[in-house]
Design a protein around this ligand. Sequence first.
Ligand code: NAD
Length: 351
Amino acid sequence: MKILITGGSGFIGSAVVRHFVGDKDAFVVNLDCLTYAAVPDALADVENTSRYAMIKGNICDRAAVRRAFAQHQPDKVVHLAAESHVDRSIDGPEAFVQTNVRGTSILLEEATRYFSGLPKARREGFRFHHVSTDEVFGSLGPTGLFSEESPYDPRSPYAASKASADHLVRAWHHTYGLPVVISNCSNNFGPWQYPEKLMPIVILKALSGEPIPIYGDGMNIRDWLYVEDHADALFTVLTEGRTGESYNIGGSNERANIDVVQALCTELDRQSPQQKAYADLITFVEDRPGHDQRYAIDASKIQRELGWKAKTSFEAGIKQTVRWYLEHLEWCRALALRDQAGRRLGLGRGA
Ligand code: NAD
């Protein structure tokens, strides 16, 4: 099976490439333009195998996308390429509209063109899988869960751009008959996450003895999933999901941000003890504008229909994540230094 993956050099994309090539015997073609967020080192284990090819290209570049389809003749597409950081979307929404909306529409047009030219037998197995987020559903109150039927209510430019992409993908299915599936996943964590997202920032700041920033009162709730479980769920949806359907993916790990940070500090105290507890560094800072209060995923459909369930508990995932960052501290520090990652973004003063 040959799979064209966009954004395969990112945090989740690289876990997907490693899983598909390493565990599922797939041939993967990775189309990625290597933005600041790419972590190409995460592909070191697969890049010299005979089942991996890399194309450095932008999904907004129609000619490059067309060439990728023509040259590699994929059986399926998994579309992950996106601008993904909410804070950056607040400071500069245009890049999110470009890649997440326009890039997706170009990819859909080229996928449809390619799909239409396939022989019937190959058309039957073809899938276009859009990897989306639970943030398209907006913010929950203290109770309830997002299901596949929840109305779209995106609140940040990032969420709005992903919601737009979901709508385009469904429109291409209904209008042009492109066989699509969509998955909406909760917050991911694990190895190779770029050090501008919550967990790597906390680990880096703690180990450097700097204040660990928490937005607002720290009571915003997210539902966490270990990234390798997400990669596994994506393979299941891609190969077994029903065409035209969407599947919510989550690990049923709702945690307030303050509890996530506490858990990381406690694990750092165990794995890399210093004189004072790392939690002493926790500092509350100005909140993100429009900060969604709570996300929580009802993942019963993927479990019921496709038999998929997350394998990694939140506690085990935290332990593995902290161990991984301790082992890759220099890599992470170098990236953070290069891009001044960890500096405060998303106060809405740069847009
Ligand atoms: P990421 O920012 O770590 O990686 C994105 C990758 O896409 C990078 O390698 C980048 O170089 C590439 N890319 C960006 N723009 C591109 C373009 N125009 N052309 C080609 N390549 C481009 O993102 P991530 O956290 O790995 O997320 C991957 C996908 O999963 C995104 O679509 C995101 O919306 C979705 N998602 C993420 C999470 C999460 O918690 N991180 C949760 C649910 C869904």
